[in-house]
Design a protein around this ligand. Structure first.
Ligand SMILES: [Zn+2]
Length: 343
């Protein structure tokens, strides 16, 4: 056995745990406006978290370069602490073909359709790569460390620019035959509703996504002589966040927008509850912080329909990990691949 300094250093860098025996992974969460990255441990803590703004229209190569920079940065930080990350987990918007690791569709990112993301990441790093849709990654984070911790069966809905969904069944992520399950935002809830880029009409996302909320608020403001907090903003400064805050302030227009949103969500959840019989529904995304004005409408709609809930009330609660859920969940993909159907 050699005691030369070189092999000691190599042995330290090969250690897969820190000095307390904990394993860590690199978590990357690619979103519409930023890449969030950090080192994630088995107890859910996150270190060296960094959010880097991105241009989602810049094409895959520039985003791949940024991911490489972040993987290198986090690997160096881990090396300074004397361990090597277990792997790299990546949460990515759109649908991802499980078998090939290719992006199937990612409508908000230019040039990503068909991009072999897992293969390209494998080429630039020696770490094992674990890919998932961003909402699936966030749901895994909630399952391990958030509002889903006490449940084996839950459905997560995220409300933002888009409306995302994820399914946890028997304590594992369920992503379907090819990896595309959980697209709750594209459930058709109003066949006469607005057209959706997916090709259907009246998808949930077209009715409760960020754009729809703003359009509806402007419509209602135009028709009313309401002088609540929302009416004091110029039209181009009405955002879902402002609608949420105004609703909490008692603004009548904002409350009506959230109450209609809650009704659409409730109608969708009735179908989901009847199909899956989950323990719980988690609702994430910025507008979920609006709390009672939204949740009361969801719960009332679900509760008003006798078939739903099959003689029990399914809790509908907010997700708890917040803006870091995606990064923590991406790390969890690499730490617990057995909780996914990743190949
Ligand atoms: Zn659609």
């Amino acid at each position: 056995m050699s005691f030369d300094e070189g092999s000691v250093v190599v042995a330290e860098l090969d250690a897969v745990s820190d000095d307390t025996g904990m394993r860590w992974a690199i978590g990357l969460d690619l979103g519409g406006s930023s890449l969030k990255a950090g080192l994630v441990s088995m107890d859910g803590s996150i270190r060296e978290f960094q959010r880097t703004p991105i241009d989602r229209l810049a094409g895959p190569q520039s985003l791949l370069d940024l991911m490489e920079t972040e993987i290198d940065r986090l690997a160096s930080e881990a090396a300074l602490r004397g361990f090597s990350p277990t792997g790299v987990g990546v949460g990515c918007p759109g649908s991802i073909e499980r078998a090939s690791g290719r992006i199937h569709k990612s409508p908000n990112f230019r040039g990503w359709e068909g991009f072999p993301l897992r293969e390209r990441l494998t080429r630039i790093t020696n770490y094992p790569i674990f890919l998932a849709n961003d909402v699936n990654a966030a749901a895994l984070g909630e399952l391990k460390f958030g509002a889903g911790e006490d449940y084996d069966n839950f459905v997560m809905i995220t409300l933002g620019t888009g409306v995302g969904g994820a399914l946890v069944i028997d304590g594992r992520l369920y992503d379907g035959a090819q990896g595309f399950a959980g697209e709750i935002g594209h459930m058709v809830v109003d066949p006469e509703g607005p057209e959706c880029p997916c090709g259907n009409r009246g998808c949930l996302e077209r009715l409760v996504g960020a754009e729809a909320l703003v359009v509806r608020a402007l419509e209602l403001l135009k028709d009313s002589d309401d002088s609540g907090p929302l009416a004091s903003f110029p039209a181009d400064e009405i955002t879902p966040r402002r609608i949420g805050l105004a609703a909490l302030d008692g603004d009548a227009v904002a409350r009506k927008v959230l109450s209609e949103m809650g009704r659409w969500l409730g109608l969708t959840l009735i179908s989901i509850i009847n199909v899956l019989d989950p323990d719980c529904i988690l609702v994430g995304g910025g507008i979920a912080q609006a709390g009672p004005p939204l949740f009361n409408a969801i719960r009332k709609t679900v509760g008003d329909h006798p078939m739903s809930g099959s003689a029990r009330v399914v809790p509908i609660v907010t997700a708890t990990l917040g803006p870091r859920a995606g990064t923590i969940g991406a790390g969890a993909l690499a730490l617990w691949p057995e909780l996914t159907t990743a190949p």
